[in-house]
Design a binder for this molecule. Structure first.
Ligand code: MN
Length: 209
């Protein structure tokens, strides 16, 4: 029995073009993400725990590399697909007050400054990994970080800055290489334009309750 499955995309494989091309979407969603789910289901003992529960306990299946890598792979991609939208459906971020944007501007000065720091964090990640904007669960402040491989800020591991991620951007080469080749910075700056701030804000509002 499979416990974990991919959420269907809210958009078609071509809808994120020209920022993310359909070939990349197809390989990324139908092959890479699917493989994480298949491998996770093969590795887990199916005891009904959610990924969040597994990540929060360092003595759980999180200590099993196949669970850490494939569970992270599944969670991270679910977040990534969910917070992106075709530019045609994005509402202008200036048309109303969005709480997380107000918070980011209060902390970082401007949204451009946030983007620059996210891009820098992504560029600073050697090899494969992710860049995050997360909520510090104690202070409710936001922070920018990056993790290697398929790790994420929910993982209760000493080397990871703990938080609740609301933005996660994939900096594995499989996320961008077909279109951007080695130009990770160009990919990060382009994918930033696909961020659906209403969806990100919904995660933020839920997490700070
Ligand atoms: Mn990926």
């Amino acid at each position: 029995m499979s416990s974990f499955s991919q959420t269907e995309l809210r958009y078609t494989l071509t809808d994120l073009e020209p920022v993310i091309d359909a070939a990349t979407m197809d390989k990324h969603y139908n092959k890479h993400h699917k493989a994480y789910v298949d491998n996770l289901n093969a590795a887990t003992n199916n005891n009904g725990q959610t990924l969040e529960q597994i990540f929060s306990n360092s003595n759980s299946e999180l200590s099993t590399p196949a669970i850490r890598n494939n569970g992270g792979g599944h969670y991270n991609h679910e977040l990534y697909w969910d917070i992106l939208s075709p530019t045609s459906t994005l509402s202008p971020i200036t048309d109303k007050s969005i709480a997380i944007i107000d918070k980011l501007i209060a902390q970082y000065g401007s949204l451009d400054s946030v983007k620059d720091q996210v891009v820098a964090a992504g560029m600073g990640r050697f090899g494969s990994g992710w860049v995050w904007v997360s909520i510090n669960p104690t202070t409710k402040d936001l922070f920018i970080s990056s993790t290697p491989n398929q790790d994420n800020p929910l993982m209760n591991l000493p080397e990871i800055q703990q938080g609740i991620p609301v933005i996660g951007l994939d900096v594995w080469e499989h996320a961008y290489y077909l279109k951007y080749q080695n130009l990770r910075k160009d990919y990060l700056e382009a994918v930033w334009t696909l961020l659906d701030w209403n969806r990100i804000n919904a995660r933020y509002e839920e997490a700070i309750k």
